[in-house]
Design a binder for this molecule. Structure first.
Ligand code: COA
Length: 193
């Protein structure tokens, strides 16, 4: 799927949204390293992502096809209630405040809704994510490690989808297996390049 996204200002450079492809792995990992550094692997959210295949992965590309943004969502559950965990979301520093992050968020939410998912959870800055409808996650749902409670956010795509959700989130996505090994190798190559 490729779609042309809106740029927010007339002078803003164009970009398009696309489903992430296998060939995007090196550029994606480089972008995430630049945006978040190695600390990203120590985030609590990583415990729900490591070794799993994402439920949905989208990228933004510039007019030359270069990857300039990434967002991924992961299958999780709490107390038997299924949801998606969103993250990481990152945009190339040279292309921020151009609407790329917002376009990726709206496309990810729309794709998750269309696929029938009931809710999205994430850990992030509330002042950014409230514009997409996110609010404080139910207090009875917990991440599997330390997070600032004000940053643990939820968006119900279907009213009541998180009713009855409680306890610690667990990863429920398909295991990545060999593909993860390939990704780790690609990341090692990118880091040493
Ligand atoms: C957060 C991020 C993805 C936003 O991407 P973007 O393409 O610049 O986003 P948009 O252009 O759609 O929106 C820009 C707006 O969001 C605001 N914004 C960006 N990051 C913000 C934050 N952390 N908190 C509050 N507002 C934020 C900008 O100030 C700008 O505000 P404006 O609309 O009033 O001008 C990007 O800044 C980024 O990659 N940051 C580093 C990685 C990161 O922090 N990821 C999110 C983890 S919480």
């Amino acid at each position: 799927m490729t779609s042309v996204a809106r740029s927010r200002a007339p002078q803003a450079r164009p970009f398009c949204l696309d489903i992430e492809r296998d060939g995007d792995v090196v550029a994606r990992e480089r972008l995430l390293d630049a945006a978040m550094g190695p600390e990203r692997f120590r985030k609590t959210s990583e415990r729900l992502r490591a070794g799993r295949k994402p439920a949905l992965a989208m990228v933004a590309r510039d007019e030359t096809g270069r990857l300039i943004g990434t967002v991924r969502l992961w299958h999780v559950a709490a107390g038997g209630r299924a949801a998606l965990l969103l993250g990481p979301l990152a945009v190339d520093a040279a292309r921020r405040c151009d609407g790329v992050g917002g376009a990726l968020m709206r496309a990810a939410i729309a794709a998750a809704t269309q696929a029938g998912h009931g809710a999205i959870l994430l850990v992030g800055d509330a002042p950014y994510y409230t514009r997409f409808g996110f609010a404080r996650a139910p207090r009875v749902v917990h991440m599997p490690g330390p997070v600032e409670l004000d940053r643990f956010l939820a968006l119900e795509l279907r009213a009541g989808a998180l009713d009855g959700a409680e306890g610690r989130l667990v990863a429920t996505g398909e295991r990545a297996g060999r593909r993860r090994a390939t990704r780790k190798a690609a990341h090692a190559r990118a880091a040493s390049a």
